[in-house]
Design a protein around this ligand. Structure first.
Ligand code: ATP
Ligand code: MG
Length: 417
């Protein structure tokens, strides 16, 4: 009789391998799995790295099952005696490992195909226990295990190599977990901000909003933006009936976030700077020319190799005739941008110059179109590489704002006749 757990709502992740606990291999598997599960509305209770030790692994899986509905491990499924994940799970289930005839035939076939004798050590990779189903591995010799416990909790063991683990997870494990009832339906929206620091964002949002459990509003300082992420799960009344759907909860929080921070928003969800700028340029059917001085090319690198970037010049600050410079007047800066536009045969140009000022970086930005020129001056936090990267972000923000203004005017002109 199965006293099954309901949906799989809470998971724990185990990264198994002494190479991780001695620091030779960086654990990327757990982060990838966590991201995938979180997207499906699963709460990750803990992520643990463990050495190849049968007793430690058995104990960790058992403890994970006490706290969570789902335990996913990676690593330790290789053929060598130090790969002990199978043995540890067998111990936990109180079952003995047996050779699965189908897996054995498949494994032997892999070697036969290459015309080399099968190393008997690899027979271990054909092991299974009665509670487990093998998870096929198209990219390696280590099948995984899918183990369903009598109470409905699930243990999944995947091999360590990311290429193998990833495919098995996406193609085989995830669909089955979903069919079994994975996570809570949730809705997430992310706003990407520029020109404001994370602490100022937190200040403007207020502690009440940032501490609420549902919807949750969280801030993340990333290299290219401060992200504000709003997510919600459905709210149920005491009688179990749906009280409020998640999109309603997200909409409500979103209205507060946009009222406080709307003017700093440059993108949504998975937007990138070249994505956001490219979208505007494509709407206008425009191309772009760039000249940057003293930055080492950070703006060009940020924009990437898009087809709308017709010409990009990177000048060293000490190069002869390296213009513009931060010391120029606004008029002169604007003229350089206009020249860059003409030289680049483009619809819009941006000219960027920087200079270290104390421990920060002074930034001068000019954007020229056929009809308008705008000049902005900023100070980027820190000097050196940090300042150069931040200068590029400031320039991208000024460019995007200029393109938005252009699009607004085009709309007005259209509306006017
Ligand atoms: P295989 O049979 O392919 O060896 P395995 O399950 O035994 O599979 P491990 O021996 O634990 O896997 O690890 C093999 C390789 O996979 C490691 O050398 C490492 O490069 C990579 N790897 C293992 N665990 C992780 C992890 N958590 N994150 C990223 N890479 C990992
Ligand atoms: Mg191994």
């Amino acid at each position: 009789v199965n006293a099954t757990v309901g949906r799989l709502l809470v998971a724990e992740l185990l990264s198994i391998g002494s190479e991780i606990t001695v620091g030779e291999t960086r654990d990327t598997n757990a982060g990838e799995l966590a991201r995938s599960l979180a997207r499906d509305g699963v709460r990750i209770a803990r992520i643990t790295a463990l050495p190849d030790d049968r007793e430690i692994v058995r104990h960790a899986v058992a403890a994970g099952l006490d706290r969570a509905d789902l335990v996913v491990s990676t690593g330790g499924l290789g053929p060598t005696p130090d790969d002990l994940t199978r043995e540890a799970i067998a111990d936990l289930c109180g079952e003995a490992c047996l050779v699965d005839r189908d897996l054995e035939a498949w494994l032997r076939g892999l070697w036969a195909r290459r015309g080399i004798p099968f190393p008997e050590m690899n027979l271990k990779q054909a092991w299974i226990i009665p509670s487990a189903r093998p998870v096929p591995n198209q990219n390696g010799t280590a099948p995984g295990w899918w183990v369903e416990r009598p109470d409905g909790r699930i243990v999944v063991a995947l091999p360590g190599p990311p290429r193998e683990m990833r495919a098995m997870w996406t193609d085989w494990v995830l669909p089955r977990l979903r069919a079994r009832g994975l996570g809570r339906p949730q809705i997430t929206r992310t706003y990407r901000l520029a020109g404001i620091g994370e602490s100022q964002v937190a200040d403007l949002l207020g502690e009440g909003l940032l501490r609420a459990a549902n919807p949750t509003v969280a801030t993340y300082a990333r290299a290219d933006a401060v992200d504000v992420r709003i997510s919600a799960i459905a709210e149920h009344g005491a009688d179990g009936r749906l009280a409020r759907p998640p999109d309603e909860l997200v909409d409500e929080a979103e209205a507060i976030v946009l009222a406080a921070l709307g003017r700093y928003v440059w993108g949504r969800d998975d937007d990138t700077w070249p994505g956001a700028i490219g979208r505007r340029l494509e709407e206008l059917r425009w191309t772009l020319a760039v000249r940057e001085v003293g930055t080492g090319g950070t703006l060009t690198a940020l924009l990437g190799g898009a087809s709308w970037l017709w010409r990009a010049e990177v000048l060293a600050a000490d190069a002869p005739d390296a213009l513009p410079t931060v010391g120029m007047t606004d008029d002169a800066l604007g003229r350089v941008a206009a020249d860059v536009r003409v030289a680049g045969a483009s619809d819009v140009a941006i000219a960027l110059a920087i200079a270290e000022r104390g421990s920060d970086t002074a930034v001068a930005i000019a954007v020229a179109t056929t009809t308008t020129t705008r000049v902005e001056r900023r100070v980027a936090f820190l000097g050196g590489d940090q300042g150069r990267s931040r200068a590029a972000l400031l320039a991208a923000a000024v460019l995007l704002e200029a393109l938005r203004a252009e699009a607004r005017e085009a709309d007005l002109a259209e509306a006017g006749g």
